[in-house]
Ligand binder design. Structure first.
Ligand code: PFF
Length: 462
C-alpha cells in the first residue's frame, strides 16, 4: 500500500500503516531516540571546545529551555492535530486555521534540511561503525595520544574507507525505513538510551579518577563571555535545535501518531531532560580526559574519536568497553537517522505516488550521493574551502545555524500566532498555568530570541 492512498484516506489508514505508539513511554522513547545521537556525544563536545567552553554551554542551556522546549511542544501539538506528514499537516492546518496552504513550504524546508543533515550525519555514523572493529582488534590498547591521533587521521584521510562505512550506514537506514518497522525501533530505543546513559556514567567515573576533572568542569561551566562571539551564540542556538531534532518536522511526524490523551508538556520535558543530561555527561567525560592528556579541546570533529579511544586503551577491560560504546553510539546515530529521513520518504511517497521502498531508495540514494561531499571534505577536498570552510562545514552551517532555527521560528510563529487559542489549548490540555507559560514563550520569548540571535550573528543589528 502506498502512503499516497493512505494520505487520501486520512487518519485511520495512516494508523494502520505505521501503527501508533503502543504507550506514552513508547512515544517518549522514540522522540528521545531521535534526539539522542551523534549530536550529544560527538558534536556537542567538539563545538563546546571550539567555542571556548562555559559561556557557550550556558547559552546552549538557556536556548534548550526557553526555545527548544516550547518549539518541541509546538511541533508535537501541530503533528497530532494534523495527523499527516509534515508537509501535508502544515498545508492542512494552515487552511484550517484561516491562514494559507502555503505553510507547506515550511514542511518542505524540513524535508530538505533532513536530507542535507543526513548526508553528513551518515558519514560520521560510518566512523562510529568503523571504530567497532578497530576497538575489537585492540589497536587502541596502550596506544599513545599521538598513535590514536594517527589512527584517526589515517582513517579519515582515506576516502575509500569513509565511503564504504557511509554506504553501510546509509544502506541499513534505507532498509529499515523501507520496511517501516516501528516495533523494532521501539525495542531498540528502549534498550539503547538507558544503556548509553549507564555507560556514560561508567566513563564519568573513569574521567573523575583518571582525568583532570577539575579542569574539565571549569572549562564546561566557568563562564567567560569574552570568548563568545554572536556567531558562537548562533551556534549554541543551532545546536539546541539540532540535538532536540527540532525545526525540521521530525518531531512533528512522530507527533502524528501520538494518542489524544498523552500530555505533550510532560513528554517534551522528559525528552529535553534526557537529551541534555547525555550531552552534559559527554562533556564531563571528554574534557577532563582532554586536559589530562594535553589534547586540544578545539580539535574539531575528531575530538571524540581521539579522546575516547585513548582512554579506552588505558583502562582495564578497555577493548570491551570501547566496543560496547561504539556499538551503542552507532545505534544512537541510527535511531536519529530514521527521524532525519522519514519526512523526505513520506513526502516522496505522497507527492510522486511511489511505494515506500522506492521512496526510501530514491531519497537514500540522493543522501548517499550528497554525503560524498562530506567524505571528501576530510581528505581529497580538505583544501577546498569557501564561505564557512569545507563542504562539510558549509552543509553543517547552513542546516544547523540557518535552516533549523528558521524552521523553528516559523513553527513557533505558526503555533503561537496563526493557530487560534482554542486549538492549541485543546492539544496542550487546557488553559492552565503550563499553557499560559508556553503561550508566552511561544508568542514572544522564543521568536524574539531566535530573531535577535539571527540578526546579530549576520551583523544586521550591532
Ligand atoms: N538530534 C540528533 C542528534 O543530536 O544527533 C540529530 C537529528 C536527528 C536532528 C533527527 C534532526 C532529526 F530530525
Amino acid at each position: 500500500m502506498t502512503m499516497f492512498k493512505e494520505e487520501e484516506n486520512g487518519r485511520a489508514q495512516r494508523f494502520s500503516l505505521h501503527g501508533h505508539w503502543s504507550s506514552r513511554i513508547a512515544f517518549i522513547l522514540a522522540v528521545t531516540g531521535s534526539a539522542v545521537g551523534l549530536g550529544n556525544v560527538w558534536k556537542f563536545p567538539y563545538i563546546v571546545g571550539e567555542n571556548g567552553g562555559g559561556a557557550f554551554v550556558l547559552v546552549y542551556l538557556v536556548c534548550v529551555v526557553s526555545i527548544g522546549l516550547p518549539v518541541m511542544m509546538a511541533e508535537i501539538l501541530i503533528g497530532r492535530r494534523g495527523r499527516r506528514n509534515p508537509v501535508a499537516t502544515m498545508a492542512l492546518l494552515g487552511e484550517e486555521e484561516g491562514s494559507s496552504r502555503q505553510w507547506k513550504w515550511l514542511g518542505l524546508m524540513g524535508v530538505t534540511a533532513g536530507v542535507l543533515i543526513l548526508s553528513y550525519y551518515s558519514v560520521i555514523a560510518g566512523w562510529t561503525l568503523a571504530y567497532i572493529p578497530k576497538s575489537l582488534s585492540g589497536v587502541f590498547t596502550g596506544a599513545s595520544a599521538e598513535r590514536v591521533e594517527a589512527i584517526y587521521n589515517e582513517f579519515t584521510g582515506n576516502w575509500l574507507s569513509l565511503t564504504i562505512a557511509h554506504t553501510i550506514f546509509m544502506a541499513s537506514t534505507v532498509l529499515v525505513v523501507a520496511r517501516g518497522v516501528e516495533r523494532g525501533l521501539e525495542q531498540a530505543v528502549r534498550f539503547m538510551v538507558p544503556a548509553l546513559l549507564l555507560l556514560m556514567l561508567v566513563l564519568l567515573g573513569y574521567a573523575i579518577t583518571a582525568g583532570d576533572f577539575a579542569a574539565g568542569v571549569k572549562f564546561m561551566f566557568a563562564t567567560d563571555f569574552n570568548t563568545l562571539t554572536w556567531d558562537g551564540v548562533l551556534q549554541a542556538m543551532g545546536q539546541a535545535f539540532f540535538t532536540l531534532s527540532l525545526g525540521m518536522g521530525a518531531v512533528m511526524a512522530y507527533g502524528a501518531y501520538l494518542p489524544e490523551e498523552t500530555s505533550i508538556s510532560g513528554a517534551s520535558a522528559s525528552v529535553v531532560f534526557a537529551d541534555t543530561l547525555i550531552a552534559i555527561l559527554a562533556g564531563l567525560v571528554i574534557f577532563p580526559l582532554v586536559f589530562a592528556n594535553n589534547l586540544d579541546p578545539a580539535e574539531g570533529p575528531g575530538l571524540v574519536f581521539v579522546t575516547l579511544p585513548l582512554v579506552f586503551g588505558q583502562m582495564s577491560g578497555g577493548i570491551f568497553v570501547a566496543t560496547v560504546f561504539f556499538v551503542l553510539l552507532s545505534f544512537a546515530a541510527w535511531t536519529s537517522a530514521l527521524g532525519l529521513v522519514e519526512p523526505g520518504v513520506a513526502w516522496v511517497v505522497e507527492r510522486f505516488g511511489r511505494t515506500r521502498l522506492q521512496a526510501a531508495v530514491m531519497v537514500g540514494g540522493a543522501i548517499w550521493l550528497a554525503g560524498l561531499g562530506t567524505v571528501l571534505s576530510f581528505n581529497v577536498l580538505s583544501d577546498v574551502v569557501f564561505l564557512r570552510g569545507t563542504i562539510y562545514q558549509n552543509i553543517d552551517y547552513l542546516t544547523s545555524n540557518i535552516m533549523l532555527p528558521l524552521g523553528g521560528l516559523l513553527t513557533i510563529i505558526f503555533a503561537g500566532w496563526v493557530m487560534c487559542r482554542n486549538s492549541t489549548s485543546e492539544e496542550l490540555g487546557g488553559a492552565g498555568s503550563i499553557y499560559r507559560i508556553w503561550r508566552f514563550l511561544a508568542r514572544f520569548v522564543a521568536p524574539a530570541a531566535i530573531l535577535v540571535v539571527f540578526l546579530r550573528a549576520v551583523g544586521v543589528i550591532g
